[in-house]
Structure formats: C-alpha cells, structure tokens
Design a binder for this molecule. Structure first.
Ligand code: MTE
Ligand code: MO
Length: 378
C-alpha cells in the first residue's frame, strides 16, 4: 500500500498517520484551486488500501429492495441504464482541525482511530458517476419499511481484536434527494485513484466524509442504521459531561451533516508578518447539508473588530462545495496579534466562538472560529 501512496499522492503530502495511511496536503497547495488536484486531496483510511480488478468488480445490492441486483462496472457506466452525473463536492473529515481540541484538552479521544488533523482534512473535487437513487430504482425501488441505506467497503480494519469491513449508512431521505448520493468512478476527469476508492466509491454531499464509502462492495437497504462499529461507535457527537472515563456510545448522536466551518490558511500560526498597514489573509469556508457559504468575516484582534471579505474575493458559491476567500486585513498594531475567522452560511448559521464552546471527547467537528497568532512587524 506504500507503493500506492507513492504513486498516487504528492511527495509533499503531510503524513498524519503512517498506518493506516492518512495524509493532508500542505496549506499552499490546498489554497491554489477551488478543486483540489487528485494528488493533493486529503486521504482518510481506517485500514489498508485494497486493489480491485475492474473486470472482476461486482456491486451487490440487497436488503429491503424489491429486486436485488449484482452490477458490474460496465453496468453502472452504461448510459442506457443510468444517465451519468457530474458534481463538484467538498469532502470534509469530521476530524478536520482536531489538533485544536487535542491542544486544549490533551489525552481525550481514541488515539488508535482519531488522527491529529490540521486544517487540511478537507478537499474538493469534480466527480462523475450515477445517482444512487436511480440505481435503487433499477432494483425495483426500496420497500416500505426501508429507513437507512448501508454501504460496505472491500477494506478491512482491526479494532479491539476484531476484524471488520468498513460499513456506514445514511438515512433513506438523503438517498431520495436529487443527486445527493452518487456512486462515482471519475475524480477531476481522471479515473478514481485506488487510494480514493477505485473502482467505485460513494459520494454523499454535505455529510461527514465517513459516509462516502470507498471501495464499495455492497449496498444493503435496512430498517435501522448500519450495525457496523464505524456507524454505531465512531463519529458520535457527545455532550460536555462525557469523557474517555465514562463514555457510553448511547450518550452520543450520529454526526451526519457538517455545520458551517472555516480556517485561515495563510499566514500560518506563529508566523512573523510584515504588515505595511495590511495583512493578506486567505482560507476556506464550508457548510454541509446542501447549505452554502454566504459571508466570511476576519478579525485582526481576536474577534472585537471584524472585516467582511469582499464578494469578489471569494470563489463562486455552490450547494455542495466550499468557497475559498482572501482579504487584505487592515492592521496597524505591532507585536502578537490573534487573527480569527467566522463564516456564515445561507441559513445564517455561524461558528461557535472558542474551541471549548463545542469540545467533545471524541474530538469531532472542530467548527469554532479558527484562531491563529501572528507576530506583526512594520
Ligand atoms: N471508506 C472505506 N471503505 N474505508 C475508510 O476507511 N474512510 C472514510 C471515508 N470512506 C473510509 C471510507 C472517511 S472517515 C473519510 S473522511 C473519507 O472516506 C475520506 O475520503 P478520501 O480518503 O477520499 O479523502
Ligand atoms: Mo473522516
């Protein structure tokens, strides 16, 4: 699997975990384009990277569907069966910016699964595939008692001496929306890389990355969420009284849609910046659940005064993708300054003020206003 990493990912990717391989791009590479080049798209793996022969590939669809099917790659790509769709989608791991929660409350989280991500566990690509809604229609539709759709990957991982296939699920209504759940084989006009789930992965728009199952082997339509540990024991959002010592899985709720979030990508934390009255600041902003970013404000003084980004300084808005932003932030002070950012989505949601505002023991969804300290000199 190291050969795959070396072949498919850029040499300057930041390795967040070596096994399983988890990597995020250097910040300048992520900020270059609204769509992230495949070699710089972040990678989040729970286990190894399976290599699947396209010709031997079979997708089995069963459970609460009227006509269970086994489809080949050629079936899925057959334009007479399914009309292909293209969509630009931001995938965000719910662990993005976890490092801030680790710094605030060290020793929480499950070190074996919780990678210490920075601001780069988020990337955007243009995908080509088919709508799962159409594929399920081809299977005679879902039965009346169908409530959740489970995706099972061909990869395996180890947890507490057990071996599992990666398995997650999304609610039925998500699959029934128009083009919000796709089965894809192309990423930015190129064949889907092995490390990103070839030959077929799921892309679930606006939900945490975890639901976008790679190396898709089986779809099960169920009346309850997947019983797999990734669905039932990971990616849960806990209240403030829950910690490593007293956690019960039943205390957390399943993280599905991502809230509004943003990050400052340049300058870097602890950087010395020559200001000349203005500091050039850049970053990303994203909201899940088919909401989009409407506004981004940046503060040079920890959140007392805010300056709004000019609309021309933001990339176009889009249902399922982030916006990159930049601003020439007025600065007169010298010395240590705390810069922070807050984004607003089209539902007027904005971000919690501090990391501690939404701290949760498994260290997911660090969506608070991103803060960095810079040393400003004239
Ligand atoms: N699918 C499988 N089969 N195995 C995995 O480990 N990781 C999930 C998801 N799909 C995973 C998976 C998680 S947690 C995320 S954030 C995204 O894939 C990351 O997708 P990427 O590696 O293409 O960026
Ligand atoms: Mo993730």
């Amino acid at each position: 699997s190291w050969a795959t990493v070396q072949k498919e990912k850029a040499a300057d990717m930041i390795h967040v975990l070596d096994f399983p391989y988890n990597g995020e791009p250097p910040r300048d590479k992520l900020m270059q384009n609204k769509t992230t080049p495949n070699e710089y798209h972040f990678v989040r793996n729970h286990g190894g990277i399976p290599t699947i022969d396209e010709k031997a590939y079979r997708l089995t669809i069963g459970g609460l569907v009227n006509k269970p099917q086994t489809l080949t790659l050629a079936d899925l790509q057959d334009v007479n069966k399914f009309e292909p769709v293209e969509l630009t989608v931001t995938l965000q791991c719910s662990g993005t910016r976890r490092i801030e929660q680790i710094h605030e409350y060290p020793g929480e989280g499950d070190e074996l699964i919780n990678a210490p991500w920075g601001e780069g566990a988020i990337s955007t690509a243009r995908y080509r595939g088919v709508s799962l809604k159409k594929v399920l229609k081809y299977c005679g539709g879902m039965q009346a008692d169908a409530n959740h759709v489970e995706f099972i990957g061909a990869d395996t991982y180890f947890k507490k001496l057990n071996v599992f296939n990666y398995a997650v699920s999304v609610p039925r209504r998500k699959v029934e929306a128009v083009n919000e759940v796709l089965l894809v084989w192309e990423m930015n006009g190129k064949p889907l890389p092995a490390i990103h789930g070839a030959p077929i992965r799921v892309v679930v728009t606006g939900f945490i990355g975890a639901r976008s199952c790679k190396w898709l082997a089986r779809i099960n339509v169920l009346n309850e969420p997947s019983r797999g540990p990734v669905q039932r024991q990971e990616y849960l959002y806990y209240g403030p009284q829950v910690g490593k010592q007293n956690v019960l899985f039943s205390n957390g709720f399943s993280i599905q849609e991502m809230p509004v979030s943003s990050a400052i990508m340049t300058p870097k934390d602890k950087e010395v910046v020559v200001h000349q009255g203005k500091i050039h600041v850049t970053g990303w902003a994203y909201s899940g659940g088919s909401r989009w970013i409407e506004r981004v404000d940046v503060s040079p003084d920890g959140g007392h005064i805010w300056y709004q980004c000019h609309p021309d300084d933001m990339t176009e808005k889009h249902y399922h993708a982030w916006r990159l932003w930049k601003i020439d932030l007025p600065v007169v002070a010298e010395g240590w300054l705390e810069l922070c950012v807050r984004a607003f989505d089209n539902a007027c949601n904005t971000q919690p003020t501090f990391v501690r505002s939404t701290w949760n023991w498994d260290l997911h969804v660090t969506s608070s206003s991103h803060r960095i300290k810079i040393y400003s000199v004239n």
